[in-house]
Ligand binder design. Structure first.
Ligand code: LLP
Length: 874
């Protein structure tokens, strides 16, 4: 250690301190350094003494690891290359900053060489050397930082953090943790305060590093720079601590995955701790302890967007009202399920089991117990669980119980205030788990979180769905700030970047609303394009349009002209199809009724449509009507998929299809009735984006041919999803083609048929409505419109989202957070929750609701004796 802070003369100063911590990305570019200089200047101008604590440059840790490995393997050319790479990285920043700092870095590069050379031939790298090597990253970067700030006219004093931060002596902690994840004493210390108060100077030091009682370098472990800054803030009794990172604060979900994540403006220490522990990476949970103990407010800001508000973390909540604030996730979680029939009322089972974990140095996170099972979760952040460690654990537990290891899992946490009192609101959200296995549910004793552990690949979807249900719809309030996409006006990467059709036809749409209150408008060109892309699926022999999605006569005629057949589910639909399409032959109609009455089957069979049976009852009780008929059978493959529980049509809880185990009986009964089964059908649900849904259906159905040797056709259903909002991902239609193509290649004797509804028509349709009244109540702003759930029931029925724009003011920025509501006497008559519209929106404006071509008008009613919106195809 070269410079000792105590060596320097100090005039002392009584100004309050602020500690500014900058992370690796914040200190790796010239632009960010100019922001840092400005921020420091502003704090000085506000009458504060400034301590800058910062990390090593991004990418340095990896390079130092490489250097250590090369040293251990005595690979001198690899070591030289790693060192040269490290020098080049720092040299580049120095050149970009236009400062002359290379000479003061040289001693550290020499130190590195000195530390590495004794490693040659050793079996492993000792923790002492590792700590000393890793610390050099911070020493290098802070030297550059101090030189730059001085160059900018900010008198800055570099000091070595190891002269101030001293590792605590912890009983029973290992050598490894003493060197690599030390903790320090952080009691406010007037001596340190005096020593660092060098009049008129900005102090600058390293995060992540400290020293032990023998003067050895130690590291503070993961999130070490955050922790250092909190230690310094406590030691200096700072007025506040600012953590500068690459996002403006903490968010209600990971904004890189959930762009509707909202900025969290205010949190308490314990809430921030929950969110940080449950997976948010912005702030390390360890840094909260010193701040909480000495009540030092923490602010989290973005270095590259310093004009934005951040998150403030303090002791008292600004309101005690129960509220969900974030949905967090940790991946790579391992579960250990321990079964023992003997554990019921057995004294000491848990103690014995936990003793085994303790002995193996494995830390337990969540616990759930029943009379015969205890399941615990192990967090990958704090445990190194390789296959040997897992096997050792299993072996050790086997004396006590039967242990099963489950993983990888994701733990998804709903975090907020008084979670217990809002359990009833979680009802809708929990529906999402209907098809998922939940391995463990745990409610934190502090009433701040509820955690579900599920399969890892379900994690992202659950976070998005839970966020959509529990956080996003909340109104503007003091805790939940703007969404990430509002702050940065970014969208998730979309595979299409095409403007929706209605933007270019705005004037025409406005004139269609002349003298009207509301209208559904369908765009022919969009329908034609969708039909074309379906007919281009060269592995699909026939595409039928599921007319339940939209049965407008002009739409039916157009779809048929494009080359699609028609799929119907009722006599009414068949009659409508035949009436609307002159060229339609009954044989081109697929008829898939469910629990219809006998007469409907008799009528349809006589007409000559292709009937699909989905139950044994008709064959058992009315066998005579099926003699000599070619039939399809709808099979329930046991899996339901889709955007909502109500639209998942497979699985035990669904009323559709014949269960696989009933198929042999079905085959015998059909044979006895003299019917031939020539096609197999399965439809898993609606609004599906995973293309494997259809290929898996095809493969599963093909295996059932053994019961039905005459089968030539596999109808793999509809359900093709469409994005529900601007910027969301499309279904990958060419990937669908690819997976189906590989099926047909290996099954040349089978034809594949598809029967989509939504995909053909959803995006072609918009609903135009007129603003009737505005209302502000509490913190909510309501925009009332001329029609509601009587025209569009999807938001009320499924919580479905539809984008809404003000067509009268398309170019005005949408900045006002509102709920768009209809005139129906139901609290659920809400067409759009928490949407942004222009603040100028007023009575008479025309709003446009998107993606309503499917299941919009088709599901409308005259509830409240209000006529549903009329329809027109343009
Ligand atoms: N085939 C069968 C047997 C079906 O039950 C359905 C839809 C389809 C095809 C067409 O599915 P599509 O490609 O349109 O997703 N009302 C709900 C959708 C219910 C779908 C019912 N069955 C909604 O608004 O989302």
């Amino acid at each position: 250690m070269t410079t000792k802070i105590s060596d320097r003369g100090s005039l002392g100063s009584k100004l309050p301190w602020v500690v500014l911590k900058f992370g690796g990305t914040s200190v790796s570019s010239v632009t960010n350094w100019s922001h840092i200089a400005r921020i420091v200047r502003e704090r000085l101008a506000a009458g504060l003494q400034v301590l800058v604590v910062h990390s090593a440059l991004s990418g340095v840790t990896d390079r130092l690891e490489k250097l250590l490995t090369a040293g251990l393997q005595s690979d001198s050319s690899a070591a030289d290359a790693a060192l040269a790479d490290l020098v080049a990285l720092h040299h580049q920043l120095i050149c970009d900053l236009n400062i002359d700092a290379l000479p003061i870095l040289q001693p550290h590069f020499l130190d590195l060489q000195t530390l590495i050379s004794p490693l040659a031939g050793l079996e492993h790298i000792d923790d002492r050397t590792r700590a000393a090597v890793m610390a050099i990253g911070e020493l290098l970067s802070t030297k550059i930082g101090a030189t730059y700030l001085n160059h900018q006219g900010l008198a800055s004093q570099w000091f070595d953090a190891r002269t101030v931060l001293r590792a605590e002596v912890r009983e029973a902690s290992s050598v490894k943790s003493n060197y690599l994840s030390a903790t320090c004493d952080f009691k406010p210390n007037t001596k340190v305060q005096k020593t660092l108060s060098v009049f008129g100077k900005v102090m600058i030091t390293q995060g992540f590093i400290a020293s032990d009682s023998s003067g050895d370098t130690v590291l503070l472990g993961r999130g070490g720079s955050d922790t250092s800054s909190a230690y310094f803030a406590a030691l200096l009794d700072a007025q506040h601590l600012e953590i500068w990172t690459d996002v403006p604060g903490m968010f209600s979900a990971n904004p890189r995955v959930t762009s509707a994540a909202r900025q969290l403006l205010e949190l308490t220490y314990d809430e921030a701790q929950e969110i940080a522990t449950a997976g948010a990476k912005v702030l390390h949970p360890r840094c909260l302890l010193p701040a909480r103990q000495y009540q030092i407010p923490i602010y989290v800001f973005a270095t590259n967007a310093s004009n934005l508000l951040g998150t403030r973390i303090t002791q008292e909540p600004i309101t005690e009202v129960a509220q969900v604030k974030a949905i967090c996730m940790r991946k790579g979680v391992t579960l250990v399920s321990m079964d023992s029939p003997g554990m019921w009322h057995q004294v000491g089972f848990l103690a014995d089991a936990f003793q085994i974990f303790k002995h193996l140095g494995i830390s337990i996170d969540l616990v759930s117990t029943s009379e015969t099972n205890v399941t615990v979760s192990l967090d990958p952040q704090v445990n190194t669980l390789d296959s040997k460690a897992i096997q050792d654990l299993k072996n050790a537990l086997s004396i006590l119980c039967r242990a099963e290891i489950i993983g990888p899992c994701a733990s998804v946490s709903v975090v907020g205030r008084n979670i217990r009192s809002i359990l009833h609101k979680l009802g809708d959200a929990l529906q999402l788990f209907a098809d998922q296995k939940i391995y463990l549910v745990s409610q934190a004793a502090n009433n701040l979180n509820l955690t579900f552990v599920v399969d890892e690949d379900q994690g992202d979807r659950l976070v998005n769905d839970l966020h959509e249900l529990l956080v996003r719809p909340a109104r503007v309030d003091a805790v939940l700030g703007p969404t990430w996409e509002k702050l940065f006006q970014t969208k998730l990467p979309a595979s299409k970047n095409i403007l929706p059709w209605w933007r270019s036809r705005r004037n025409e749409l406005i004139s269609l609303m002349k003298n009207k209150e509301c209208i559904y408008v369908y765009d022919s060109k969009t329908i034609q394009e969708r039909c074309k892309s379906l007919l281009n699926l060269n592995s699909v022999s026939r595409v039928s349009y599921a007319m339940k999605a939209n049965s407008h006569p002009d739409v039916l005629a157009l779809v048929h002209r494009c080359g699609l057949s028609i799929e119907c589910v009722s006599r009414g639909e068949i009659e409508r199809a035949l009436k609307s399409i002159n060229a339609l032959r009954p044989a081109d109609i697929l008829f898939t009724p469910n629990f219809a009455c006998r007469d409907e089957y008799v009528w349809a069979l006589e007409l000559g449509v292709q009937l699909t049976l989905d139950n044994l009852h008709p064959l058992n009780y009315w066998p005579e009507i099926f003699k000599n008929r070619n039939l399809f059978v709808r099979v329930d493959l046991g899996v339901g998929r889709g955007h909502h529980l109500h639209v998942r049509t497979g699985g035990e809880h669904s009323k559709f299809g014949v269960a696989i185990h009933d198929l042999p009986q079905f085959a015998r009964t059909a044979y006895q009735a003299g019917a031939r089964i020539v096609g197999l059908h399965s439809h898993a649900g609606s609004g599906v984006f995973d293309v494997h849904n259809w290929s898996e259906t095809a493969y599963s159905l093909s295996l059932l041919k053994e019961f039905f040797p005459e089968v030539k056709v596999l109808d793999i259903g509809g359900g093709l999803g469409v994005p529900d909002r601007d910027g969301a991902e499309n279904l990958d239609i060419s990937a669908l083609n690819a997976v189906l193509f590989s099926f047909t290649e290996s099954h040349p004797d089978l034809q594949l048929w598809l029967e989509p509804g939504r995909f053909v028509i959803a995006e072609a349709g918009v609903l135009l409505v007129r603003v009737t009244q505005l209302k502000t109540k509490g913190t909510s702003m309501y925009v009332g419109v001329s029609t509601g759930m009587n025209s569009l029931i999807r938001p009320a029925l499924y919580g479905a989202h539809h984008d809404i724009v003000n067509l009268s003011r398309l170019s005005t920025p949408a900045t006002l957070l509102v709920d768009v509501v209809g005139p129906i006497c139901e609290a659920g008559d809400v067409l759009g929750h928490a949407l942004y519209l222009p603040a100028e929106t007023c009575e008479g404006d025309i709003l446009l609701i998107t993606t309503v071509g499917a299941y919009g008008a088709a599901m409308s009613s005259q509830y409240n004796l209000r006529l549903a919106a009329p329809e027109i195809l343009i």
